[in-house]
Ligand binder design. Structure first.
Ligand code: PMP
Length: 361
């Protein structure tokens, strides 16, 4: 067994306990006499499992009854257009707040279906700071306001839910879902690809306020329509049953380990450990993001001399610190510290960084 500390941004590390449980029940799940991925999604056993998983998630995240929970496919990328098609009427305008790569992508992909208005854009700061709330040009008539609470590539995070008045707030929580408690009532819709904090890729979570489902009036295929997925309990077509099951195991794992309050405390401590090491390195390592906007989930950092990057990555990998290469758009390094990454993994990374600096600084 040579599992390592995996700092991948997604698909990302999953909790060992979850993988072991899945391994133990892989051939025979409960009394199905088959694997959970070999049984009908419409059979009683899987339908019951899906209901349990939804109930567990509702309890974990405090999802009120007037929100629908959908387990879909197509990733967050499919939600970029779908949310516009479902939440805006043709010709309506929607406000987008850009704090990095993914918010920008969300706006571009929505543009064929809604009049996209960029209400704020932190591009001028090189995405090193959040756009100050006072500068947002919000339209009270907008169909919704979209933002990205955690930017996975640029490493920026909103640590508070922004106030946007009565316009429904829509958030791409792909890289920070379930990492801390969030008041769902503040949102019209939340969505997230599963492959960072929930489970394997190929599953997408959508949490949407029920009254907003009636907005989808334009002609579109059933599979594009959130109301249809809700009416059919996310079984409009064959779902990713194995991913759904693994998400359920992860929800139970989070609950066993103290729920979202405990996750937030662990995640805060992990991030503090790594940022302290970066900031305390005398400039050998550098994170460009304004301290109040720094992500707890994704920490990009740069070595003082990029010529050392290759050596840093090779030495890290040799001692079992994986997937630290930064996103190709930024270069440098990136450590993703999702729920499944324990403090020991971050401590091992920081020890290595100090040692590397001693030898090459
Ligand atoms: N939004 C964010 C914040 C992301 O981090 C990602 C993937 N890294 C996406 C959207 C795109 O997700 P997917 O690949 O699941 O479509």
């Amino acid at each position: 067994m040579s599992r390592t500390w995996n700092f991948a941004a997604g698909p990302a590390a999953m909790p060992d306990e979850v993988l072991r449980q899945a391994q133990a029940e892989l051939l025979e799940w409960r009394d199905a006499r088959a694997s959970v991925m070999e049984i009908s999604h419409r059979g009683q056993a899987f339908m019951a499992l899906a209901a349990e998983i939804e109930a567990d998630l509702r309890a974990l995240a405090g999802i009120p009854p007037h929100y629908k929970v959908l387990f879909l496919q197509g990733g967050a990328t499919l939600q970029f257009p779908l949310l516009a098609m479902n939440l805006a009427r043709p010709g309506q305008r929607a406000d987008y707040v850009l704090s990095g790569h993914w918010g920008d992508k969300a706006a571009r992909e929505a543009a064929p279906y809604v009049e996209v208005h960029i209400a704020a854009d932190a591009r001028a700061s090189g995405y090193a700071a959040l756009p100050p709330r006072a500068d947002w040009q919000l339209d009270p008539q907008a169909a919704y306001v979209h933002y990205t609470p955690n930017e996975t590539i640029h490493g920026l995070e909103f640590h508070q839910v922004p106030q946007v008045g009565d316009v429904p707030l829509v958030a791409d929580f792909s890289s920070s879902i379930l990492s801390a408690p969030v008041d769902i009532n503040r949102f019209g819709m939340i969505y997230a690809g599963a492959q960072k904090n929930i489970g394997p890729s190929g599953l997408t979570l959508v949490i949407v306020r029920e009254d907003l489902l009636a907005r989808a009036t334009r002609p579109m295929a059933a599979i594009f329509r959130y109301a249809e997925h809700a009416a059919q309990d996310s079984m409009l077509n064959t779902p990713n049953t194995f991913g759904w099951y693994l998400a359920g195991l992860t929800f139970q794992w989070i609950a066993r380990h103290g729920g979202l309050v405990a996750m937030a405390a662990r995640n805060g401590r992990k991030a503090d450990t790594l940022y302290a090491a970066i900031d305390g390195s005398g400039g050998f390592y550098r994170n460009p993001v304004a301290p109040g906007a720094r992500s707890r989930m994704n920490v990009p950092f740069f070595l003082v001399d990029p010529a050392l990057d290759g050596r840093f990555l090779a030495e890290a990998e040799e001692i079992g610190l994986l997937a630290l290469k930064g996103h190709r758009a930024l270069g440098g390094m990136r450590a993703s510290l999702y729920n499944a990454m324990p403090q020991e993994g971050v401590d091992a990374l920081v020890d290595f960084m100090c040692d590397f600096q001693r030898r090459h600084g």
